[in-house]
Ligand binder design. Sequence first.
Ligand code: MHF
Ligand code: KIV
Length: 301
Amino acid sequence: MSVHTPLPRKKTTIASLLASRSSGTPITVVTAYDYPTALTLSSSSCPIDMTLVGDSLAQTALGLPSTTSLTLDEMIHHAKAVARGTTTPFLVVDMPFGSFHISEEQAARNACRLVQEAGIDAVKLEGGREIAPIVRKLTSIGIPVMAHVGLLPQRHVAMSGYRVQGKDVAGAERIWGDALALQEAGAFSMVIEAVPTPLAKYMTENLDIPTIGIGAGPYTNGQVLVWDDLLTTTPSDHKPKFVRRFADVRSLREKAIAAYSTAVKDRSFPHEIDESYKMDKSEWEKFMERRRADESSVKSD
Ligand SMILES: Nc1nc(=O)c2c([nH]1)NC[C@@H]1CN(c3ccc(C(=O)N[C@@H](CCC(=O)O)C(=O)O)cc3)CN21
Ligand SMILES: CC(C)C(=O)C(=O)O
């Protein structure tokens, strides 16, 4: 095989994620909310291991004030589009607020909908030890669950805002206890959001499942970022400390739209030959002859 031919990439599995953890190869996760984004993540020249249809969908793509108003039906609509564009990455979908807390039965029914209607690989559930029975239930019926501890955006009101968690002994012990309970319940992996670096490092070293950090420092088994944050797609004054801007797509888009507007208004777009269609001269002349005949027959009526 020539050096220019990329090696065919294999579909990420739970086993391959565990192998990455064991070999110390960082796991890459990015969110996606639509088909073209899913295609980009699936065909990246440097691998993205997991695609997450995060419920950040509410804010990034739907303009909602927080994730709590996102419905399961809205999530399924987007998850289907992402699934159509996802090949090799492991596809994880957030269960929206209110779609899994009511009972194990409700959680199982809704997780089954996500699997059957959207064709996703796994679900992610925000919460601590109180949702361990739900994690156990879903795992027991063969739906892999990614846990999510630390900052829980679905509880931003109860937590008095989006704040770093586990900064004192009590907070750190609570998060560590939650992590153990969720691993014990069968979670295959765990997102750790906005906790101090030493706590995330301790958790990574003392759990058996891959940890995926966001605002959790460099020592987790993998990292996740929101598509819109890493590309800078949207105007926003606030940048959480954990976000790094890998591109400025927003200014690129704004420049493109301004250039389009200018070109239409000054009539330099479209170009008469390069961007427009031709017609045979004789066909055009026949067309005009017939129009003239029509006009004179209307006049003589
Ligand atoms: N675009 C986007 N990116 C995200 O990472 C994201 C969403 N949306 N929506 C759902 C949740 C909300 N998230 C957030 C939102 C804000 C902060 C934030 O402002 N954090 C403060 C912490 C301040 C402190 O306690 O010291 C920061 O300034 O970093 C963190 C996570 C993560 N998720
Ligand atoms: C920030 C990531 C982990 C998430 O849960 C989301 O995108 O909703």
